[in-house]
Design a protein around this ligand. Structure first.
Ligand code: FAD
Ligand code: DLZ
Ligand code: SF4
Length: 519
């Protein structure tokens, strides 16, 4: 045929994808391949697979409607080899293109595969940058080198300063929330206003959900048939699977939840799984929404006077700051990053992470909502499931696998630095210089979960002592020598010492018994 074969992966369903930028509909073919291997390299939540398959099917249909020749291999097509490489090879034999064009994949694992496609097919393979991000990995690499050279991010550097410097560079580079050279409103950061607890009976708007159309229903049936044993349920599936619906979901957030996003960003509440969060990560990560679109929509709301700056800056910081920052770290540090285990954590993941069967109300709430919705918001991921994994010393590989499995937005480039970095400190301080370890007091301050719990968040000994308290003190004592070198950990260590040796020994004995019970 002589044209190009353009490969679009399941999380690349974007109209402006670099691999499609110079598409010639008369000569080229676009390949989308649904393959078993991508559905099972971890046993993804059923909703994630259904969402990706549905997004691919909608995208293939939209391209074909524009007159593009599309080769869409479906999961259950006869002859499907089950792997991306196998399908690229098969399609190359069928279409005889002169070359293959791709966009850089999100995961290191897939990049290794893609680098082999040339030898496999005998064709030149062009891998283009994924320009759906603000920050190219090379730019991040240079920035990180500069920081290292300047000694930034040393053990005494507050971890938000590391993100903070990067984020400010991103603000300057993009002009988002800038007034000339100065940050809008005169401050870079409104975090101090964004730590409120949700008052009792505070009204929380229901996020818009998208009832599955025929294409999504068919994808859901495929998932139930092919992957019945995967984690989670499909009953509440309501994710947008097209760019149009993703935009409607963003608009719903901006109109109804963004104004309070800031104040309640760190709050948790029983029976309120989504609070004022955006619910945009599944769309962003699959390519249905662009980060620029999200930031622009929020900034417009501020300019129109319908959302306050603390909320808009808080939201922009997550997307322009954290999302870009963790991607930069991923590509800077892989593949070694995945194997790090700085705290030598070895305990197997307890079964309740899958079943939700635990009397700890906070963990029960988060695991059950995750099973039903394939979603938990950031503080639930960081301070409930993540914090428990950190202070109980759970094996990073198993924790990582859990986070990859259970969320509809999970892709390794974003999941891994959040898990190994922010949540369980397995990277030893690359992402954040201090572990986010917390006792039951934090969870009690930021949520109403403890009201529903047989444990007492104020007790650290006795039968009703909150397990987070036992494990928190035990964690600090276990790693005291290591943390003593980090001035940011000094206040926590000081509090631990204030317990006195006798009480600490008692707490640690109870922690050991609790951990034995987990096994
Ligand atoms: P909002 O609270 O509305 O935030 C808006 C957007 O900002 C998000 O959609 C996301 O794109 C971005 N964002 C916010 N925080 C982060 C962050 N720390 N890192 C990167 N982007 C961020 N996010 C994923 O997209 N996929 C994951 O697999 C993932 N795994 C995580 C694992 C752990 C242990 C932790 C602590 C966080 C993880 N996050 C992950 C980040 C964050 O929790 C989710 O992006 C967020 O909860 C998605 O919900 P939302 O769209 O309602 O977010
Ligand atoms: C997540 C996913 C799933 C479930 N299925 C497919 C698929 O069948 N075909 C495909 O091309 N991509 C799929 N994906 C997305 C890939 O796993 C994703 O491109 C890599 O994880 C890189 O981010
Ligand atoms: Fe969680 Fe402890 Fe509160 Fe129970 S008392 S909900 S275990 S923090």
């Amino acid at each position: 045929m002589g044209g190009a074969m353009r490969v679009v992966l399941g999380d690349q369903c974007s109209r402006g994808l670099s691999a499609l930028s110079d598409l010639d509909p008369a000569a080229d073919v676009v390949l989308l391949a649904e393959v078993e291997a991508e559905c099972t390299y971890v046993r993804h939540h059923k909703q994630k697979i259904a969402l990706v398959l549905s997004a691919m099917r909608h995208f293939a249909r939209a391209l074909a409607a524009r007159g593009v020749r599309v080769e869409h291999v479906r999961l259950e097509d006869g002859g499907n080899t089950g792997t991306l490489a196998g399908e690229v090879e098969r399609a190359a034999r069928r279409h005889r293109p002169a070359r293959i064009v791709c966009t850089h994949p999100g995961e290191w694992r897939v990049l290794q595969d893609m680098l082999g496609w040339g030898a496999l097919t005998g064709l030149p393979v062009e891998i283009r940058d994924d320009d759906r991000f603000f920050c190219p990995p090379d730019w991040f690499r240079d920035w990180a080198r500069e920081q290292e050279a300047m000694g930034e991010g040393g053990p005494d550097a507050p971890e938000q300063l590391r993100l903070e410097f990067f984020y400010r560079e991103m603000r300057r580079a993009t002009g988002i929330l800038m007034e000339g050279d100065a940050p809008a409103g005169g401050r870079w950061n409104f975090d101090a206003e964004n730590r409120r607890r949700l008052p009792a009976r505070f009204p929380v708007p229901e996020p818009r959900r998208f009832p599955p159309d025929a294409i999504t229903r068919e994808a859901m049936e495929t998932v139930e048939r092919r992957f019945p044993g995967h984690f989670g349920t499909l009953d509440a599936f309501g994710w947008p699977a097209t760019a149009r619906d993703a935009r409607a979901a963003l608009d719903d957030f901006v109109s109804n939840r963004l104004p309070r996003f800031g104040h309640y960003q760190d709050a948790m509440a029983a029976g309120e799984p989504t609070l004022f969060h955006g619910l945009v990560s599944t769309s962003l990560n699959a390519g249905l929404l662009s980060p620029r679109e999200c930031c622009d929509a929020a900034v417009e709301a501020w300019k129109a006077g319908s959302a306050p700056l603390n909320a808009v800056e808080g939201f922009v910081r997550q997307i322009l700051g954290w999302r870009e920052y963790v991607r930069g770290i991923y590509w800077l540090k892989m593949p070694g990053y995945a194997a790090l285990n700085a705290l030598d954590a070895r305990r197997p993941l307890p079964w309740f992470y899958w079943s939700g069967e635990t009397d700890m109300a906070c963990l029960r709430q988060v695991v059950r909502q995750t099973r039903d919705l394939a979603y938990a918001h950031h503080i639930q991921r960081l301070m409930v499931t993540g914090n428990f994994a950190l202070i109980a010393g759970l094996d990073p590989a198993q924790v990582n696998e859990w986070y990859m499995v259970v969320f509809a937005d999970a892709y390794e480039w974003v999941e891994l630095p959040n898990t190994h970095g922010l949540a369980i400190h397995a990277d030893g301080g690359i992402t954040g210089s201090k572990p986010y370890a917390a006792s039951g007091a934090y969870i009690n301050r930021m949520s109403d979960y403890c009201r529903l719990c047989p444990y007492d968040p104020k007790r650290a000994t006795g039968p009703d002592a909150c397990p987070f308290n036992l494990l928190y003190w035990d964690f600090l004592a276990r790693h005291e020598a290591r943390f003593a070198a980090n001035p940011r950990m000094e206040p926590a260590l000081e509090n631990m010492r204030r317990l006195g040796p006798e009480k600490l020994a008692q707490v640690r004995a109870q922690a050991a018994a609790f951990l034995d019970g987990l096994d």
